[in-house]
Structures are given as structure tokens and as C-alpha cells.
Design a protein around this ligand. Structure first.
Ligand SMILES: NC(=O)c1ccc[n+]([C@@H]2O[C@H](COP(=O)([O-])OP(=O)(O)OC[C@H]3O[C@@H](n4cnc5c(N)ncnc54)[C@H](OP(=O)(O)O)[C@@H]3O)[C@@H](O)[C@H]2O)c1
Length: 269
């Protein structure tokens, strides 16, 4: 079940700045690798991508990484070209890069708005632009999984309007493109994480915890979830592996929400 032996997976944002814990991109790369996929990763900083590569190789997996800026067309094309030169195919594309900036439309600068749209949304267009024509030509097609957020479905307690808008747009980009490619052997789906405990969440706690009380910040996040706890990167990675696998061969244009029940609830804040 869920084997991905020999499949080539291109993934963005697989880097991690610490060996403590797992970011979502790094966990997805590790899980895909453990299922037999060969990983080719693009990340802003090479050093954090190399940390993930080392962790994957330590477990016997295959991973190569390249410095990439997902908002830059030339850089994304170079990543795709390198993967093709190395492996001659791309079976799985994971668009994981994304970040939230705080603010509603009145407070947010135009510059921040544009950066959010570029990082969270244009990045998904750019990789798709270069990879979909490759997948379409392959006899076995391909599959794309885009990483959104429940902030694209609901207001989740803090103003982050550009993040919410771009994460919602990813879902519709995926649906529309899935229909266009449904007859061409390429499936596209979105994985939609809720509140996830990652190294980045710990950074947020350091920055935003009222009175510097990081434990209380984490407790509040846990209590917002009907299951009583945040998810972790493996919860998102497991859902992603399923969508990437042949077991999901009849699923396209869908969102798989991984949120411990938040979006099914009327709220627990
Ligand atoms: N964490 C959560 O609670 C949560 C919840 C819902 C959805 N998500 C979504 O899940 C995804 C991953 O989140 P995460 O918390 O695991 O993030 P993360 O740990 O911050 O990882 C993001 C990765 O993207 C890389 N990156 C940033 N800008 C880039 C660029 N322009 N080009 C290439 N790479 C770039 C970073 O590189 P560096 O190493 O250089 O920093 C980092 O390795 C995001 O799309 C996020 O919106 C997260």
C-alpha cells in the first residue's frame, strides 16, 4: 500500500533550520522517500535544504537539493530543468512553500501584499507552469499536491488577510487545473493543514506569546482543536503520501483537510 518506488518527487520548501522537530516540507520529503520516492528539492537557503537531505540519506533515502527562489521564474525553471537532467521525469510535485504575514487590508502595506501573493500563490503557478507539460507527456502522467491552510477556509482568530486569500486561491487554482488535466493523466489535489506544531510554530510562540509565555501560547492552540492538540508535520505528510499514491488514483481536484476537527466545529476559542 502507498508505495512510491522509483517515482521522482519534486518538492519546494523542504528545508529546515534546526534538527529539532520537523517542518511540513521536510516531513513530506522524508515520508515520500520512505515510501520509495527519489526526492529533488528546491529551497531558499541551501543549508537548511541540506539538513533535510542529510536526514533523508541517513535513513537510506535518495535526495538532491538546489537553491531555489520559488517566486522567480528563472530559478523555478532551473530547478525543474535540473531535475529533468538528473532523472528525466517528474512524477510528483509538492508545492509546500508558504508563509503568513499579519494584518488586514488597511494595515498591510502594498509591498507585503505583493510579497504574500508571490510567495504563496505565484509560486504554485510557476512550478505548475513548468511541470504540468512534462507530466502530461509522461505515459504514467503525474500528480500535484499543493499545501494550503485552514486559514483559506475560515477566519482562524488573527488577521492575516493576504495569507487567507492566497491559501483560498490555491484551492481553486487546484480545482480548475485538475479539471483541465483530468483527461491527461495528471491529478491535482490540495492538502489543508490546521494548527500544526512545527519549528516555525515555536518561532511564532517566541514572537507573539503574550508576556513571553510560550507554554500558554501552545496550550491555547491545543485547546482550539476539538481533538485537544495541534497536529504535527507527520499528520500532513501522511495525507500527502496518500494523495500522491496510486491508491488515490480516482481522486482529483479535492481538498484533504488535516485539522483535528477545527473546521467541522463552531469554535472553541
Ligand atoms: N505550520 C503550520 O501550523 C501550518 C499550518 C497550515 C499550513 N501551513 C503551510 O504549510 C507549509 C509549510 O509550513 P511550515 O510551517 O513547515 O514552514 P517552514 O518551516 O517555514 O518551511 C518553509 C520552507 O520554505 C522555504 N522558503 C521560504 N521562502 C522560499 C522561497 N522564496 N523560495 C524557496 N523556498 C522558500 C524556507 O526556506 P529557508 O530554510 O530558507 O527559511 C523553508 O525551508 C506552508 O505553505 C504553510 O503555509 C503551515
Amino acid at each position: 500500500m502507498l508505495r512510491l518506488d522509483g517515482k521522482v518527487a519534486l518538492i519546494t520548501g523542504l528545508g529546515q533550520t534546526t534538527d529539532e522537530g520537523w517542518g511540513i516540507g521536510a516531513a513530506i520529503a522524508m515520508k515520500l522517500s520512505q515510501q520509495g520516492a527519489i526526492i529533488f528539492g528546491g529551497n531558499r537557503s541551501l543549508s537548511s535544504a541540506e539538513r533535510t537531505k542529510a536526514r533523508i540519506e541517513k535513513k537510506g533515502g535518495k535526495c538532491e537539493v538546489q537553491e531555489t527562489n520559488v517566486t522567480d521564474s528563472t530559478s523555478v525553471k532551473a530547478l525543474v530543468d535540473s531535475c529533468m537532467q538528473r532523472h528525466g521525469r517528474i512524477d510528483i510535485l509538492i508545492n509546500n512553500v508558504g508563509k503568513s504575514e499579519p494584518g488586514g487590508p488597511a494595515e498591510m502595506s502594498e509591498e507585503t501584499w505583493d510579497q504574500q501573493v508571490d510567495l504563496n500563490l505565484k509560486s504554485v503557478y510557476l512550478t505548475s507552469h513548468y511541470v504540468l507539460p512534462i507530466m502530461e507527456k509522461q505515459e504514467t502522467g503525474g500528480t500535484v499536491i499543493n499545501v494550503s491552510s485552514i486559514a483559506g477556509l475560515r477566519y482562524i482568530g488573527k488577521p492575516q488577510v493576504a495569507y487567507s486569500a492566497t491559501k483560498a486561491a490555491i484551492m481553486q487554482f487546484t480545482k480548475a487545473t485538475a479539471v483541465i488535466y483530468a483527461g491527461k493523466g495528471v491529478r491535482l489535489n490540495t492538502v489543508v493543514p490546521g494548527l500544526i506544531y512545527t519549528p516555525y510554530t515555536r518561532e511564532l510562540a517566541k514572537r507573539y506569546a503574550p508576556g513571553g509565555d510560550e507554554a500558554a501560547y501552545m496550550k491555547t492552540r491545543d485547546e482550539q482543536v476539538p481533538m485537544g492538540r495541534m497536529g504535527d508535520a507527520w499528520d500532513v505528510a501522511n495525507a500527502t503520501v496518500f494523495l500522491a499514491s496510486d491508491e488515490a488514483r480516482y481522486i482529483t481536484g479535492q481538498e484533504l483537510v488535516v485539522d483535528g476537527g477545527i473546521t467541522s466545529s463552531t469554535g472553541r476559542v
